[in-house]
Ligand binder design. Sequence first.
Ligand code: GLU
Length: 327
Amino acid sequence: MKSALSRALRTAVLALLVVHLQPVNSIAETTINIGTGSITGVYYNTGSAVAKMFNQKRQEYSTWMLNKPSAGSIDNINDVLHGQNKFGIAQANFLFDAWNGTGLWETGPQKDLRAVLGLYIEDLTLVAAVDAEIKTPLDLKGKRLNIGEPGSSDYQTSSGILTMLGLDPQNDLQVFKEPTLLASEKIQSDDIDAYFYTVGHPNLSILEAVSGERKVRIVPFEREFIDKVVALKPFLSAESIDVALYEKLDNKDPVPTIGIKAVLFTRKDVDDETVYRVVKSVMENLDLFRRQHPAFSRLTKENMTHGVIVPLHPGAEGYFREAGIAY
Ligand code: GLU
């Protein structure tokens, strides 16, 4: 009798627990991932912002969008191509290379990539400790520079910039290959003198880098160098970093540098409805979306539908057509 009662009680408790542990919205809900970047970058904030807009209708869509950290553009492109994620964010130059089968994608053009939305401009940013006396990029000679983890977008970009500056990573300077996530700590612990990061502003990496004892500056690029690089590709632009975004930064004036657009993208075979919903949820809440991060403040319908490197996904086109937005 006693054991039957305790069995019944146990069953009841278990049933209660199951009901209790079941998240209210999880029934028949699918998840879709958006591949972003390091949690101290702006891709991560962007993934959260897109997910926030989309998830307002999470119940109606029975779909929950999740932000997934990554090593950035290159990983995001490969993860979307290989079906690990439905969406990703990437720098225009990497999308260009993947689409055309150049650079890291020499194995073949990746014609399954499709654009969803154009995003903000990222800036090539050289962060340096003031005591290392790096006033121009060429002062990196003989210094300790972090270029990012091999295989990461930061590593590719930093290596490319060093080559363009005429600096040999083997002989001219001491190169560190830590993930950029750690670079802000390493500059404060005096393990490195500088690091490259192509990123929107403001971001947590630089905020952290400038917040310690060691004084830090963002190193300006020379006009001539900027013009030379920008002339190479239509998706590169001359930009300047607003130093007022970082209170403790050593700089007083805007920092000239090279800018590149970030693009939200997907794969050809992702269903039109999902892409349509993602675009609609951002575009119909554009004011709210812009308020999710200062880097989004210059986003307009115009720059979000143009300069996206790869063809727009039909789901995105469908929304723009319906909303009367030129694309
Ligand atoms: N531009 C960087 C990359 O492609 C990411 C920057 C960020 O996470 O905001 O990896």
